[in-house]
Design a protein around this ligand. Structure first.
Ligand SMILES: [Ca+2]
Ligand SMILES: [Ca+2]
Length: 131
């Protein structure tokens, strides 16, 4: 049987690692674009695909359309910051990877099966939109 002090020593290292870690140092695997987006834009720290979908279905239609996807990627500024080519590339990439029934919209079911297969939304390097 272990003595209490030995037990404490065995438990100590992970505890120390947690408490002494520098706040800016993140030992977790790199976050996905969607996780970062939720944190930075919506202050939500636990990624949930269903919640993510609903949050960005701006008109509550049950699907993501071209405009909604461009909007949450921060590409919908009217000032011409992003070229039509970039926008179309983003939209085609999303459709190609998620729109399994090819109706040019992304449904909640399509996004959930995309996420549940271990896929994450691509980072196009165009976000995060300035607040
Ligand atoms: Ca919608
Ligand atoms: Ca679809």
């Amino acid at each position: 049987m272990l003595k209490p002090t030995l037990l404490l020593l065995l438990l100590l290292p992970p505890f120390l690692a947690l408490t002494t870690a520098h706040p800016d140092h993140n030992p977790d695997p790199p976050k996905t674009w969607a996780e970062l987006h939720l944190e930075q834009e919506h202050h939500i720290n636990n990624f949930d695909p269903g919640a993510f979908f609903t949050l960005h279905d701006f008109d509550s239609s049950g699907t993501w359309t071209h405009d909604e996807v461009l909007r949450f990627y921060g590409l919908s500024q009217p000032d011409g910051t992003f070229s039509e080519e970039t926008k179309s590339h983003v939209w085609r990439t999303i459709l190609d990877s998620i729109d399994s029934d090819h109706n040019d919209e992304v449904s909640m079911g399509e996004f959930l099966s995309f996420s549940n297969s271990g896929n994450t939304l691509p980072d196009f390097g165009v976000c995060i939109a300035p607040s």
